[in-house]
Design a protein around this ligand. Structure first.
Ligand SMILES: [Cu+2]
Length: 161
């Protein structure tokens, strides 16, 4: 007959292994890609909004307007560019297939601080949330298993005194 300590250690080992597997294996589940539409306004010398956050796989539509003078938008990493006259609007559309942080910068020399007219597109890897949910589920299952196996009276072992 194995000791309860052996069974406890075995159970712990199994759940730690599963936990590590959840953290390191390639993650097959992704949030369903959606279409994200942003209205970005450019003016000397900033974009509003200055940070765009999407998930990998999303279709991104950026409608660029200019409030004062001609501005442009060049997106690093994706190599996309557009320019817009004041009071008008230009749209770029792409699939955010590369995760990471990418700067978008003004591509039209628009004044003294033009080099600092920069925004940031953040493309999330789209897996962290799924891993967190899976880890939480594993912890819950582990605790319930432990309670059921070691703290409740086992059938056959229960004694009425
Ligand atoms: Cu500019």
């Amino acid at each position: 007959m194995r000791s309860p300590a052996f069974a406890q250690n075995l159970l712990l080992l199994i759940f730690v292994t599963l936990g590590l597997a959840i953290l390191v294996i390639p993650w097959p589940f992704r949030l369903t890609p959606t279409t994200r539409h942003f209205s970005v306004d450019g003016r000397q010398f900033a974009y509003e909004p200055g940070i765009l956050q999407v998930n990998q796989g999303d279709t991104v539509i950026i409608s660029l307007t200019a409030s004062d003078v001609v501005h442009g938008l060049y997106l690093d990493g994706y190599g996309l560019e557009t320019r817009v006259e004041p009071g008008q609007s230009q749209t770029i559309r792409f699939v955010a297939d590369k995760p990471g942080k990418f700067r978008y910068r003004c591509s039209v020399s628009c004044g003294t601080l033009h080099p600092f007219m920069i925004g940031e597109l953040i493309v999330g890897p789209n897996t962290a949330f799924g891993r967190a949910v899976a880890l939480l589920a594993l912890v819950v299952v582990g605790v319930l298993t432990y309670l059921w196996r070691f703290l409740l009276p086992q059938p056959g072992k229960a004694t009425l005194s």
